[in-house]
Ligand binder design. Structure first.
Ligand code: PLP
Length: 441
């Protein structure tokens, strides 16, 4: 894997008095203005990541290639506006995401509709709103899409999701490319061949090509090379046996991001070049034209553009056991430790950690929800004098936080404040108690 070595996030710094700044803005100012817990996004960083992908993909694969933002990583109207402005394609996985993209004026003909179980209502909603592509997971779904498309007198463009049989060595919950996965049709079992033959026979379907996604938080570039090899072999095999040559080959998302110092920072441009060099020469050796390639980054577009600010509440020391620092959020705004045991970097806001290790204490940073598993992070170094009212920041919270947030314990979701060139503005306001009860009759 080609990596760069940098500070954990380039957009973090300390002011001369020691206060942590994010995208050039003091966190105490934002906490005072908007309250905590507070989700922040560095808009410039999001745009920079989009441009990194788009430039690398066009330079290495040519104009037909695409970068699709996997919007499940973080989905709200302002983000779709940014994707529209940057010229990114998008992945959506539900009618709710389609609705949100539409509100942002996002051109839905550039959207790819994923999910392993699109309901009939989802299929109708997506077609009525002109979603460009369906990424079809199974035979059942293909037949439903065909029927609904024919009722409308259209041919729906589809990619077929193929399971390449690759283990990306990541958290089990986000590994998706193995044969026994709930996603896609496996090559190994012959089901990928079958669904391709079926798609080619249906009047309501325009087969555009194939898709795979092997997993998330992947650091090993070899995973992409192996997936590309398996998928190109499949494309070539379908061409030989069925005379159908794919126009598009989407190799998914999943590039890992740096949550803690010991993780590498992936050089996206260099990795895309590596994949492109391989795919071009391998397609040539198979004697096929390389289909238009797409990548679907989610986490690596938004993760380190995000940061969460919390206020410390109770500090509890259990002599001979451990110390707990509780914050005013928790698994409701960040479920990822509870789900995957994900690592995070947590920093005090007003001053950096003391130089002298005697003044540092190791604690568990925990949330306010009524579960022992409501932990943000274990073994966090904090200043020994940490106290109620202090601010702390949890870094790299831009992906799979707001989009996975819940109202557990009836906690209103934090607002999303965007930072741009030293300016701050609200993209999503803080939920009120009235919002929490709005659906109750
Ligand atoms: C989740 C997902 C992605 C994005 O994965 P990241 O790890 O966030 O980059 C891309 N494609 C599909 C089909 C996905 O399910």
């Amino acid at each position: 894997m080609i990596t760069k070595n940098k500070m954990i996030c380039e957009n973090l710094d300390r002011a001369s008095d020691g206060e942590l700044t994010f995208a050039g803005v003091r966190l105490s100012t934002l906490a005072a203005r908007y309250g905590t817990p507070l989700y922040l996004y560095d808009e410039d960083r999001i745009r920079e990541r989009c441009r990194t992908y788009l430039t690398a993909i066009r330079e290495n694969f040519g104009e037909g290639a695409k970068a699709l933002y996997a919007s499940k990583a973080a989905c709200f109207k302002r983000l779709y506006e940014i994707m529209r402005e940057e010229g990114m394609g998008i992945d959506v996985v539900s009618s709710g995401e389609i609705y949100t993209a539409k509100r942002a004026g996002y051109p839905l003909e550039r959207a790819y509709f994923h999910s392993n179980n699109k309901t009939d209502a989802d299929i109708v909603y997506a077609m009525d709103n002109g979603v460009g592509y369906f990424v079809v997971d199974s035979t059942d779904e293909l037949l439903a899409i065909d029927e609904i498309a024919r009722e409308r007198g259209i041919r729906q463009r589809v990619l077929l999701r193929i399971t390449p049989g690759i283990d990306p060595h990541t958290y089990a919950a986000v590994a998706t490319g193995k044969v026994d996965s709930k996603f896609g049709s496996a090559i190994e079992t012959g089901q990928a061949d079958e669904i391709t033959a079926l798609a080619l026979s249906l009047g309501g379907i325009e087969l555009r090509g194939f898709h795979c996604h092997v997993g998330s938080q992947v650091f090993d570039s070899d995973v992409y090379l192996r997936a590309a090899e398996v998928m190109l072999d499949f494309v070539a095999n379908i061409y030989r046996t069925k005379g159908y040559l794919a126009d598009e080959l989407d190799i998914g998302g999943g590039y890992g991001v740096r949550y803690i110092e010991s993780q590498p920072e992936i050089d996206i441009a260099a990795n895309i070049k590596e994949v492109a060099d391989f795919m071009k020469s391998y397609a040539a050796s198979l004697g096929i034209a390389l289909p238009a390639v797409a990548f679907e980054p989610g986490r690596s577009i938004v993760a380190d553009a995000g940061l969460t600010v919390y206020t410390v509440g109770s500090v509890k020391r259990i002599p001979g056991y451990k110390s707990y620092v509780s914050v005013d959020g928790g698994m409701a705004d960040n479920p990822r430790f509870a789900l995957y045991g994900s690592p995070y970097t947590i920093l005090p806001v007003m001053h950096d950690l003391p130089e002298n290790s005697d003044e540092i204490e190791i604690c568990s940073v925990v949330g306010r929800c009524c579960e022992s598993g409501d932990i943000i992070q274990e073994n966090v170094p904090v200043p020994r004098n940490i106290k109620r009212g202090d601010l702390i920041a949890c870094l790299t919270t831009g992906a799979y936080h707001y989009s996975m947030a819940s109202n557990y314990n009836r906690l209103p979701k934090p607002p999303i404040v965007m930072l741009n060139g030293g300016r701050d503005y609200v993209a999503v306001r803080r939920e009120s108690f009235e919002d929490l009860s709005a659906q109750e009759v």
